[in-house]
Ligand binder design. Structure first.
Ligand SMILES: Nc1ncnc2c1ncn2[C@@H]1O[C@H](COP(=O)(O)OP(=O)(O)O)[C@@H](O)[C@H]1O
Ligand SMILES: CC(=O)N[C@@H](CCC(=O)OP(=O)(O)O)C(=O)O
Length: 290
């Protein structure tokens, strides 16, 4: 045990005082025991002096809420078609339920946390992404001031990704997209996406096609080959986009595995898929749709 701690020292020094943005996906939160373990790892990182910013999703919680109100739902290219009522119910599920339960759990573990949504402090400013998707927001600006203010205290900022437009209208925003933009704006040292999959596969779900590392160009080729489906599309597109605005590395990590965060950050072995920048012309991602 003492040796393990000593071996972790260079990594602790590397990340101390740095910003690490963690996106916790709703599908990775379904096991209560694992969720508590993930939150206690996150609290450990904060206690070590790392600026942890927790951005969460909650797709399954939104589904449950919509079910309760007898509303049907559909996804187009990995994004939920959102009418006005769905945008309101998504806000209740994400900001009211998922966000507050994460804050409460971190506090129960002995830490401090402050839960906010993209509406608070105009953190996530949006316009409508497309007529076809209804109230789904395209991010126009991220105001990081409120995150930075919380980060300076002992509290972990816990962010629900609703967005607001210039008229005060509320929009549903994909959590991967928002988290990537936040990581880019904060110039995060690391951006980690905790999901319900080990990482990225060239030919999902064939285990032998697991990729421990890939570059932006590699991702572009995979997307073009049609091997990426569902929620993985906005996830990868969001990472590509954020790398334009300062993000250097992103890691897709299994959020269903205990201590995956600690192993990823504090050991030499990588556990998920590391996504690195390469010489790909980033300017062309300006035209990405979200
Ligand atoms: N090539 C691929 N590699 C890994 N996962 C993939 C791939 N193509 C599609 N997926 C799907 O993407 C899912 C992760 O995205 P998503 O469900 O949106 O996660 P989250 O809710 O954590 O944001 C995986 O569970 C998997 O079903
Ligand atoms: C526009 C859009 O699709 N918004 C997402 C927001 C939640 C989310 O992204 O949650 P996960 O990270 O758990 O998938 C949705 O409605 O499901």
């Amino acid at each position: 045990m003492p040796e393990t701690l000593t071996a972790a020292l260079p990594f602790m020094l590397k990340y101390q005082g740095q910003t690490v943005v963690i996106k916790y996906g709703g599908n990775a939160m379904t096991d209560e025991g694992i969720k508590q373990a993930v939150l206690s790892d996150i609290l450990l990182l904060k206690t070590m002096g790392i600026n942890v910013v927790l951005v969460h999703g909650g797709g399954p919680a939104i589904n449950e809420m919509l079910d309760k109100y007898g509303k049907t739902t559909k996804f187009i290219g990995g994004l939920r078609y959102t009418d006005k009522e769905t945008a309101e119910l998504a806000l209740v599920a994400l900001s009211g339920m998922v966000n507050k339960s994460l804050v409460r759990d971190i506090q129960r573990l002995g830490g401090e946390a402050i839960g906010i949504s993209g509406i608070d402090g105009h953190m996530i400013e949006v316009t409508q992404l497309s007529q076809e998707l209804g109230y789904v927001g395209k991010i126009t600006k991220i105001n990081t001031e409120i995150i930075e203010r919380i980060s300076k205290t002992a509290a972990i900022p816990v962010i629900a990704t609703a967005g607001v437009d210039e008229n005060g209208e509320i929009y549903n925003v994909n959590a991967d997209t928002a988290a990537s933009r936040i990581a880019g704006e904060l110039k995060a040292e690391r951006f980690i996406l905790l999901s319900d999959v080990r990482g990225l596969y060239a030919n999902y779900p064939e285990e032998s096609s697991f990729l421990s590392e890939i570059t932006l160009s590699g991702i572009e080729q995979l997307i073009a080959s049609g091997k990426i489906a569902g929620g993985m599309i906005p996830k990868l597109e969001a990472i590509q986009y954020a790398m334009q605005s300062g993000l250097n590395e992103a890691v897709l990590l299994d959020g269903r595995m205990k201590n995956s965060l600690i192993l990823e950050l504090f050991t030499t072995e990588g556990f998920g898929t590391l996504i690195k920048k390469d010489n790909l012309d980033l300017a062309k991602f300006d035209k990405l749709k979200h």
